[in-house]
Design a protein around this ligand. Structure first.
Ligand SMILES: Cc1cc2nc3c(=O)[nH]c(=O)nc-3n(C[C@H](O)[C@H](O)[C@H](O)COP(=O)(O)OP(=O)(O)OC[C@H]3O[C@@H](n4cnc5c(N)ncnc54)[C@H](O)[C@@H]3O)c2cc1C
Length: 262
């Protein structure tokens, strides 16, 4: 089974800031990490490869420093890494991002399954996975909390809903956006990190993808951020419970029951 895992480099949770002038995320000079949701996609890919064999390609679009998350993914167990890096990609919205990623998946070739995280903790749209499926014309499922292969042409997944789970059979090739409940990601071992340093990272630009530059970057993006604003603070009464931990917990439970929250 040939699996592509899409991973994104994001600012560390405490570091997300928006430039008030450009209304874009400030990425320069802030700590960057692998999007936490993407570990679950990586873990599932490794588990599938352990079960049925195959190869894992990890893919990201970002600046050259995004190679860091590819190295981490290689340490995690991915076999190959591709970085999409070109100034022409800069400013892409989710549609343009998923267009470029879809072209890369086509270029990798003969892919059976694409795994994404549920959402990126900076952009937060959860649109890129479904966007990739749209560009490729492949079936897709979001909120995937369990995966089992039926055969080499179909996969069974359960999708997490507000009030339960959907069981679906999906024809391959397909795109899945995974949730935390899917698995417990492993911690890469030292041998994995050493292997990761030795493996090549392939870099493709817009021309390598055969991309139509009219569909890339800010100008190729059908959406624009018009304004951003902080979420309003919730108003409400605050009460300090200054007792022992057990008494405080008992009091909080009592209050929650009175509020009908339990
Ligand atoms: C209207 C709009 C305008 C924007 N304008 C700008 C802008 O001007 N400048 C700018 O820097 N950003 C801009 N962005 C943000 C940019 O579009 C997003 O960073 C990017 O498209 C990914 O979207 P997301 O972060 O919401 O990812 P989500 O859709 O929440 O991510 C879901 C999953 O998709 C995969 N994924 C997401 N992004 C990537 C990636 N780059 N590589 C590989 N896999 C990925 C990961 O598996 C991730 O878990 C804009 C976003 C919007 C909605």
């Amino acid at each position: 089974m040939k699996i592509v895992v899409c991973v994104k480099q994001v600012p560390g949770a405490a570091a997300v800031k928006i430039d008030p002038e450009t209304r874009r995320l400030v990425r320069e000079g802030v700590a960057a990490i692998l999007n936490p949701f993407d570990y679950h996609a990586l873990e599932e890919a490794v588990r599938i490869r352990e079960a049925v064999g195959g190869e894992i390609h990890v893919l990201t679009m970002g600046p050259s420093r995004a190679e860091e998350v590819l190295r981490e993914s290689l340490a995690f167990g991915a076999d190959h890494a591709v970085l999409l890096c070109d100034r022409k990609f800069a400013g892409s919205d989710t549609w343009a991002t998923s267009y470029a990623l879809a072209l890369a998946i086509k270029k990798i070739g003969a892919v059976d399954l694409v795994l994404c995280g549920r959402q990126a903790i900076d952009g937060d749209t959860a649109q890129v996975g479904p966007g990739i499926a749209g560009h490729l014309g492949w079936p897709q499922a979001c909120g995937v909390a369990s995966v089992s292969l039926e055969n080499d042409r179909a996969i069974l997944v359960s999708r997490m809903m507000d009030d339960g789970y959907d069981r679906c059979r999906i024809r391959l090739p397909a795109v899945l956006a995974t949730v935390r409940e899917l698995n417990e990601p492993r911690v890469p071992r030292l041998a994995g990190w050493i292997r990761a340093l030795e493996r090549p990272v392939t870099t493709w630009n817009a021309a390598d993808l055969g991309a139509d530059v009219a569909f890339l970057g800010l100008n190729g993006s059908p959406t624009r951020v018009i304004s951003t604003s902080p979420a309003g603070m919730r108003s409400g009464e605050t009460r300090l419970i200054d007792r022992t931990p057990v008494e405080s917990a008992t009091e909080i439970l009592r209050e929650l029951r009175l509020m009908g929250a339990m």
